[in-house]
Design a protein around this ligand. Structure first.
Ligand code: ASP
Length: 582
């Protein structure tokens, strides 16, 4: 070994020992008579020093010529520091350099490799291998490693088996767009990269594997959106001979195990809410339950007073922002601007300031007197000092808009603390959703999800009202996992495909293998998949998932380090039987 210790290891107990360390020069500080070097490796930073008059002059000269990020090896004696640094694990000691070897020189890095860096996103991604030397990024990946280890430990302890499923599969029309891979041997034919191992894990249940999991890469060629990666990782799971209740308790157990083992947090049990309630009370199927601020419908108290906007609205709905009654005109205008942004889409905002002296001031004073406003305040459980914010219009759109405003107010009131965690199961999702774009019903989760038996009768008369045995786990307002109890008989699966507009032949061509399998003894089964990158970033208290992926793509879907996607040679194209037209 080139070293006796790591750069994170030495303590007072090592004083007077001669040690050898190796690592990268993070910084040198030259005070003339004294020269310090911060030596870094994966484990930490150790301070080295040389002293004019006491250290060998050649050694001092060699130390002075070190640049940032040089890779060096030093041998020296550990001594107690006079001025200690309690921010550093090794801050009580330093190493007096007696030998120094440069293992490799380094060009000046394009950004500073310290906790806080001056490098912008693009530069950091282009030189990701340097960015990964920075402690916060390295720690994010260490957290990811720990999460993966603990996931495996938990699932293994419950008899789950990790099985690998293929990466070159078949393109299917449902869900997002597939990434496709041309076949060289079969010109004109293509593999697709899996959006998830869904059908394979179901087939493993037919095979009798009973409990499967895989920490697996999935690929979706979706439109670019900030912080969405074309390839991402799922904790993918499936179980046979279970009810929905079994899946919920098993995976609530996984999340609690992860919180306990990785963060030392005892997560209280995960509450449950129906999709319908989530939409009514929070306007979202992934409500942030770190704070309350529930929606209150005001139709009965707000309509019929001559205010046309409310009178003509399907829904009048409000929230109460505690302690915000004294918002200035400017602040209120900002909120109005916020809800009117195209991304939110409201036409306007009605506010009521419930002043601390018990009086009201509202943007609709012309139509409503203090008695009316008091009724609204009572409905919303508002107290003097609170601000009531109201939106109105078509039911679903208005709820979505108010959900955005609720999140903004939660943020402003400091109620979305990244170190606090609130998990939630959202249950009973609709089976189908109507797409204006394609003019047909789409599976809200996926076509293998089973309808609730008691809703089957509605499949013809009111397809939108059919609920599915489908569930999501939400953490701090982010969907971290979703799954369902599956269809496991051919007839229901066939019916489902026909409801989704597949002809019998199309269904057979795309998913015949699965329906065939259902005729050879398919057990009842169900499962779930968690978005692993996002789960890691939430555990790490970060906004972006990128630092939890070693080599991520940027927001334009490019890897700027290896520079891809990229063109391929004429020869390769020819081999693949692909003609490029421009
Ligand atoms: N395959 C599903 C997904 O990727 C998860 C599941 O139903 O288990 O969302």
């Amino acid at each position: 070994m080139l070293r006796t210790h790591t750069c994170g290891e030495l303590r007072l107990a090592h004083v007077n020992q001669t040690v050898t360390l190796a690592g990268w020069v993070q910084r040198t500080r030259d005070k003339g008579s004294l020269l310090w070097i911060d030596l870094r490796d994966r484990y930490g930073i150790t301070q080295l020093f040389l002293e004019e008059g006491k250290s060998d002059p050649q050694l001092i000269a060699a130390a002075r010529s070190l640049g940032r990020e040089y890779v060096i090896r030093v041998t020296g004696k550990v001594s107690e520091r006079i001025s200690k640094n309690d921010k550093l694990a090794t801050g009580e000691i330093e190493v007096k350099v007696e030998q120094l070897t440069v293992l490799n020189a380094a060009k000046t890095p394009p950004f500073t490799i310290e906790d806080e860096t001056d490098g912008g996103d693009d530069l950091r991604m282009k030189y990701r291998y340097l960015d990964l030397r920075r402690t916060p990024v390295r720690e994010s990946l260490q957290l990811r490693h720990k999460m993966a280890q603990q996931t495996r430990a938990y699932l293994d302890s419950l008899n789950f088996i990790e099985v690998e499923t293929p990466v070159l599969i078949k393109s299917t029309p449902e869900g997002a767009r597939d990434f496709v891979v041309p076949s060289r041997i079969h010109h004109g034919e293509f593999y697709a990269l899996p959006q998830s191992p869904q059908t394979f894990k179901q087939l493993l249940m037919v095979s009798g594997f009973d409990r499967y999991y895989q920490i697996v890469k999935c690929f979706r060629d979706e439109d670019l959106r900030a912080d969405r990666q074309p390839e991402f990782t799922q904790i993918d799971c499936e179980m046979a001979f279970i009810t929905q209740e079994d899946v919920l308790s098993t995976f609530e157990g996984l999340i609690r195990h992860l919180f306990k083992s990785v963060k030392g947090i005892d997560l209280t049990s995960v509450p449950r809410m129906s999709y319908a309630d989530a939409m009514t009370h929070y306007g979202s199927d992934k409500p942030d339950t770190r704070f309350d601020m529930k929606f209150v419908e005001l139709n009965t108290v707000a309509k019929g007073k001559g205010f046309g906007v409310f009178d003509n609205a399907e829904l009048v709905v409000g929230i109460c922002a505690s302690g915000c009654a004294e918002y200035t005109r400017k602040q209120l205008d900002e909120l109005t601007e916020f809800v009117k942004r195209p991304q939110v889409g409201a036409k306007g905002l009605v506010y009521v300031q419930y002043k601390s002296d018990g009086t009201f001031k509202s943007s609709v004073d012309k139509f409503y007197g203090p008695d009316d406003l008091k009724q609204w305040a009572d409905a919303l459980h508002a107290k003097p000092g609170d601000l009531i914010l109201i939106l109105s219009g078509e039911k679903n759109a208005t709820r979505k808009q108010l959900s955005e405003l609720r999140l903004l107010m939660g943020e402003r009131l400091g109620l979305r603390d990244k170190t606090k965690f609130s998990a939630l199961w959202v249950l009973d999702f609709p089976l189908l959703e109507w797409s204006e774009e394609t003019n047909r019903w789409h599976a809200m989760h996926h076509p293998f999800t089973s309808p609730k038996p008691e809703d089957m009768a509605l499949l013809d008369s009111d397809p939108g009202a059919v609920r599915a045995n489908a569930y999501d786990m939400v953490l701090n307002g982010t969907e971290i996992g979703g799954g369902s109890i599956r269809i496991h008989d051919r007839a229901t699966q066939q019916l489902m495909f026909s409801k989704l507009g597949f002809s019998d032949e199309e269904a057979r061509k795309q998913f015949g293998f699965l329906m065939d399998a259902f005729e050879f003894g398919a057990p009842p089964h169900g499962g779930i998949a968690f978005g692993f990158d996002r789960l890691c970033s939430l555990f790490g208290g970060a906004e972006s998932i990128r630092d939890f992926i070693a080599f991520p793509k940027n927001n334009a879907g490019r890897d700027v380090m290896i520079d891809t996607p990229s063109t391929i040679s004429e020869e390769q194209l020819k081999e693949l039987g692909i003609q490029v037209r421009d």
